[in-house]
Every structure is written in C-alpha cells, then in structure tokens.
Design a protein around this ligand. Sequence first.
Ligand SMILES: Cc1cc2nc3c(=O)[nH]c(=O)nc-3n(C[C@H](O)[C@H](O)[C@H](O)COP(=O)(O)OP(=O)(O)OC[C@H]3O[C@@H](n4cnc5c(N)ncnc54)[C@H](O)[C@@H]3O)c2cc1C
Length: 481
Amino acid sequence: MVEKNRVVVVGCGIAGLSAAVSAAEFGADVTLLERSTKEERGGNTRWTEAFMRMKNEKEVADDFIEHFLANAGCHLDPSLINETARNYSEWPSIVKALSFADPEVISTLATEAGPTLSWLKEYGIQFSVMPTYLLTQSTTRICPVGGGLALIEALADRAEKLGVKFQYETTAVDLVCDDHGSVAGIRARKDTIKPIEVMGKVILASGGFEGNAEMQARYYGERARYIRPVARGGYYNRGEGLRMALNLGASTCGDFSEYHAQPIDPRSGVSEPIVFNFPYGILVDREGRRFIDEASNTVDAIYENVARTINKLPGGVAYLICDARLDEVDNWQRSVRSDQKPIMADTLQDLATQLEIPVASLTKTVVEFNAATSDGPFSPFELDGLATEYLNPPKSNWALPIAIGPFRAWPVSSANCFTFGGLRCNANAQILDGDGRPIPGIYAAGETMGLYYKSYTGATSVLRGAVFGRIAGRHASGLAS
Ligand SMILES: Cc1cc2nc3c(=O)[nH]c(=O)nc-3n(C[C@H](O)[C@H](O)[C@H](O)COP(=O)(O)OP(=O)(O)OC[C@H]3O[C@@H](n4cnc5c(N)ncnc54)[C@H](O)[C@@H]3O)c2cc1C
C-alpha cells in the first residue's frame, strides 16, 4: 500500500481550509491545527463579507494587475525590477528574495482567481454582486453569498468529509526540522502539558499579527497603541507562523511598517464598526483643525489613507462633523456600522463642548471651510467636483457648507484589518529563504504570506487566501504536478 503524504495545516481561515481541502483532494493525510474553539473558527475570514475584486466569477477587475503593480513597493531599484522580465528560473537570488510584490505571484493570483471560484462553487458557494457599505467605488467587486462565514462552513464541511483531522484549541508554536534542515512537522500546545508534535509538510495559514500588541509596537512604533483589530477574529492572529519561519531564515514580503487600516468608531464593540460617511462632512483633530482632504477620490480608494492619517494624530482619534444635509445622501446609514449613536447638537458650540474640542477652534475651522465652498450641483454617488477654493487642505468633492443643524459627530480611530508584513513565497506558495530558495517542507498562504505595499489592492485578501491556500495544498500533497 502506498503511504499517503502527510500535511499539517496551521489555521482554519480561508487559506488554511483551502489548503486542507486541496491537499486532501490530492490524496494527502491532512491534519489542521486551530487555536480557537470550533465555534469561533475562521479567524478574520469568519467576519468578512469577503468582497472580491472581480468583474464576474471568471475574470478579475480591469484594474487588478495595474493596482498591484502601482503598489508593488516603494522606490524600487529599476535595475532589479528589470530582471523580472527574464524567466523566473533566471532571476538572481537577490530578486527572488526581494521585498516587493513579485509579478509571478500577482499574475498567478489573477489567473487562478477564476478557477478557484469555480472550485469553491463545487462546494455550494454562490457568488453575487451585493450592495456594499462603499457608497462610491472605483472598481468592481463580487462576493460569496453569506460572506466569509459561508466559505468557512462549506470548506470545513468538505474537509471533514475528506477525512481532514481537525484539532481545535491547539496552537502551533514551533517547527520540527529533520537532520537536513527540511521542515518535517509542527510542535503545538493543546493544554498545559508537554507540546504535541504533528509530522508532515507544513502549511502556515495562521493569519498575520494584528492580534499581537508587542509585534505591532515593534513594527509600527508607538502609534500601535491606538490600533486594534477590526473584528474579533483578528485577536487570534498572533504572529507565531511568521516568527517560526523567520527563525528558520525565511525572507519577507509585504510592508512591515503598514497595515490595512479602516476608520472605525472606537466606542463600538461590534464587528467592523466602520465610519465611511466622512466624504460628506469634515474631519477634525482633537484641537478642532482639519488635517486631510476628506473627499479626494471615491471612498474605497481613500479610506485606508484616511485611517492611517488619523492613527498618527494626537490620541489616535479624529471627529467627523456633519450637518443636517447628510440626509440628502440616500441610505448614508449603510456606510456607518457603529452601533453607537452620533453625538448630536443644535449648535456647533454645543457639539464642540460635548466632544471636548476647543469651541473657538472648531468654530474658526467651520467658518473658514464654509467660506471656501462654492456653488454647484451636489451629486453624492459620483465624484461631483464640488470642491473648496483656496483652502488647505482642500476638500475636492461633495464640499457642502457645514451650516444647518442639527449637527452630528462620530469619533473615528484606525483599526487593523490585517497586517501587510509576512513571508516571501514563490508562486507555488513555498516559503523562500534569504537567497530566494524554497525552504523544503514549508509553505505559507493567506495573511501569513506577505504581499501588500503602499495602498492595499482592496478586496483581494480573501482571494489571496483561497488561491494560494489551494496551490499550497496541491503542491504539498506531492501528488500533483
Ligand atoms: C471585518 C473584516 C472585513 C474584511 N473585508 C474583506 C473583504 O471584503 N475582502 C477581502 O478580500 N478581505 C477582507 N478582509 C480581510 C480578509 O478577511 C482576511 O485578510 C482573510 O480572510 C485572511 O484569511 P487567512 O486565512 O489568511 O487568515 P484568517 O482567516 O484570520 O485565519 C487564520 C486562522 O489561524 C488561526 N491561528 C492563528 N495563529 C495560530 C496558531 N499559532 N496555531 C493555530 N492556529 C492559529 C486563527 O485562529 C485563525 O482561525 C476583511 C477582514 C475583516 C476582519
């Protein structure tokens, strides 16, 4: 009897489950370790609507590759980037291990997206274009009906039927290597007694480090103190996968000094309590001063930068101020998911007092802002060019005066949706060492595999997990070409 290849997957999100199902489909004997209970399984994936930057179920959005390439890194050395025009096998080791969004990986993500969605559909997942909390959008998105939770339930069900062994409340802590330095298994803690060892090829799909305050402070500096995960699932992602592979000499990918930021209401404990109506008001800091163009582009294109900028303000907080004309934006409530009511006042003075912002300063800001607004049609669902004049910072669209009570305000802070910094992998999801060589026996997928720099190519993280999880499982099974 031929012995099955053994594969051990760490993490039960979209990346881990895709890896487990695909490895099992290719005949491997698969064990999946997950630190949470079965009820809470799914990490970040459990909490997302899982929007995907696709035109339809088969094709990625028109701007998919373009956005990734425009955000492949910062001030990249053209002499190294030019080397990527050659066949991958001819790339010098310093390019294979370079910290940038590798075009081989990006094109694999784009070409495998459609086939991966077809694969997910085999397990009953349906895709649709759903209304989103983004009132204005720069690209196309579809999502699975039922969101990330539907992905988790369908894939976990499939994995169970294929005989994948799930070990919940089991935290991977270390890699086991053989005498030749190849990864041969995982050491994990289930309770207080001595760690267990699960042998096999290892697929790290344990998310990023958004649930680890120490690592965030290490990489982001003191601004980390104001950041929290955007949903409960992120608290489980504590960076062990990254640490284990770095200890083995893995190289990295993704910007370790940035994260995918979302503006949220810090008073709210619901999942993803976003405040995405800021383009229809003004944002001020604790001193009542504006600090950013609230409407430089569609909301999906700018919310990350707005949230990162808020994170760097004193106290890591800003206030969104709107007046009664917010109600001219049909269904604006869709763009705010906080369960906390806005702070309301009939006068700006009263609003400032309630927010503990200096009254004179907020009044001056609003008077100057109103004086800089101009006449023109207000068209809330397209870039209407209704901009301020001679104001710094400007407001480039939807610049109505803040003049008609009642006034309302939301506090806004920056949440970490997921971390950018992760492990450098090739298009087979194999983790690369400092010389760009695959480290034998180990893969990464999902957030653990770093990818993003500068501005997140929105609605691609779930896709990244599904595509590279599936590839990792297939490759690790050893039975696929
Ligand atoms: C509210 C919200 C909305 C989002 N919206 C979108 C969107 O619309 N589109 C999009 O593309 N992306 C979105 N994202 C991001 C996306 O959901 C995640 O980046 C993606 O789902 C991560 O998948 P993953 O499998 O890599 O990690 P996760 O889904 O986080 O899974 C990681 C798993 O590993 C487990 N784990 C961690 N450490 C260990 C360990 N040491 N041992 C054992 N188990 C461990 C965790 O418990 C967790 O179950 C959103 C995220 C959130 C939170």
